[in-house]
Design a protein around this ligand. Structure first.
Ligand code: GAL
Length: 380
């Protein structure tokens, strides 16, 4: 080969490799395995700051990454889909080397993920699976179906149809219950709903549970963006439409603490909370501090605790594996199909928390202090 041709080919190869490394000119992604942590940036995109769990998630991921010396670009999208798309676009152009994304709408980020892939940036889907894209490289979450089973079980236990050990309880019903679900654009919603409804089904079939409103379809039960006020409004509407004949609600399946608080407010405004008209058994999720206080006071029945510190830790392990050109450790490679591929996942365990579990599960583990539980507020 002539020296000229060799040099020309070398130039082409160099140009190609530069394109491969820098993608759309972002400068992130590419081969990161020989770089120091201080030369690497992880873009962390969180959905909203209206729920304290996402603030805790964002802080935990940032702290753990910074402790290892990485740079972190953490953004919250205010539950607004275009804002999240724009923030992820910016992370890519600012040169992120890995993205960790908790999507608002699981279907809305395929364009961003395509750009990330072209720039050689791996994507870790955080807690909520990103759908319809081949460029989701890893998923960290909890066992979301089991969360639903835990919520259904907590409702049955609170009503006395089951004992805490899972055996049949003394109560027979029939109990009037209502069903709430999360945001339909969040992939987790269907897992929570299916887990709970399959757990409740035998009791609906034998009529020990009656959904008096008749609203049992997920589309009827869903609350957009998991918001408290629309949940309160839906509960008010249910009370007006199905409980003006002197009957009472005995239990409400709620998928998330913010929704539970909306439901409880509607019930309290309707006179629930006396011995003749007790607040129904209401479930929840996330162990948000305002709900933990309500559980401690005997107002909310339970929550499902998902330790966001562990989730953050798993996200950091996955991000770091990609940066070191390794495959992150998965413990589930079959469940989470995002409609294009089955995404390898690491799923963490969950725990139901009733009043008597607050100390052992939440206080002794350092998740909340006893003072925070008493105040119903996080200490800044
Ligand atoms: C879900 C998440 C729940 C809850 C909910 C509302 O995606 O898995 O734990 O946080 O969003 O924020």
């Amino acid at each position: 080969m002539s020296r000229k041709l060799f040099a020309a080919l070398g130039g082409v190869a160099l140009a190609l490799s530069m394109v491969a490394c820098s993608g759309d000119g972002a400068g992130g992604g590419g081969d990161t395995s020989d770089k120091k942590p201080s030369e690497l940036t992880i873009g962390v995109s969180m959905p909203t700051q209206t729920s304290e769990r996402w603030i805790a998630d964002g802080n935990a991921v940032r702290e753990k990454l910074e402790a290892k010396g990485y740079k972190v670009d953490l953004q919250y999208a205010g539950d607004d889909i275009p804002t999240q798309s724009q923030q992820v676009d910016q992370m890519i152009t600012r040169g992120a080397d890995v993205l960790v994304v908790a999507a608002i709408d699981g279907t809305a980020l395929s364009g961003q993920l395509q750009a990330a892939s072209e720039a050689g940036i791996p994507v870790v889907s955080y807690d909520r699976l990103i759908l319809n894209s081949p460029h989701v490289d890893f998923y960290v979450s909890f066992d979301n179906y089991k969360v639903g089973v835990a919520q259904g079980t907590a409702l049955l236990t609170g009503l006395g149809l089951l004992n805490k050990d899972g055996s049949k309880g003394n109560a027979t019903g029939p109990f009037n219950v209502e069903i709430f679900a999360g945001s339909l654009d969040d992939n987790n919603t269907q897992y929570f709903f299916n887990g709970a409804m399959e757990t409740l089904k035998p009791f609906v079939d034998d009529k020990s549970l009656v959904v008096k409103s008749g609203q049992t379809r997920i589309e009827q039960a869903a609350i957009l963006r998991w918001q408290q006020e629309p949940a309160q409004k839906r509960m008010e509407d249910l009370l007006t439409s199905a409980y003006r004949d002197g009957t009472q609600v005995h239990g409400v399946l709620s998928p998330y603490d913010g929704i539970s608080r909306g439901i409880i407010t509607a019930l309290q405004n309707d006179g629930y909370g006396t011995s003749a008209k007790p607040v129904p058994v209401v479930t929840g999720q996330d162990a948000e501090i305002a709900s933990v206080k309500l559980i401690d006071m005997g107002v909310q029945g339970s929550t499902v605790f998902k330790d966001t510190r562990q989730l953050a830790e798993r996200a950091v392990i996955a991000a770091e594996s990609f940066l070191q050109d390794k495959t992150p450790e998965a413990n589930d490679t079959t469940t989470y199909d995002n409609k294009v591929k089955v995404v390898p996942a690491y799923l963490l365990p969950i725990q139901t928390v009733y009043k008597e579990d607050i100390k052992s599960a939440l206080v002794d583990s350092g998740y909340w202090t006893a003072e925070e539980v008493a105040a119903g507020q996080a200490k800044g």
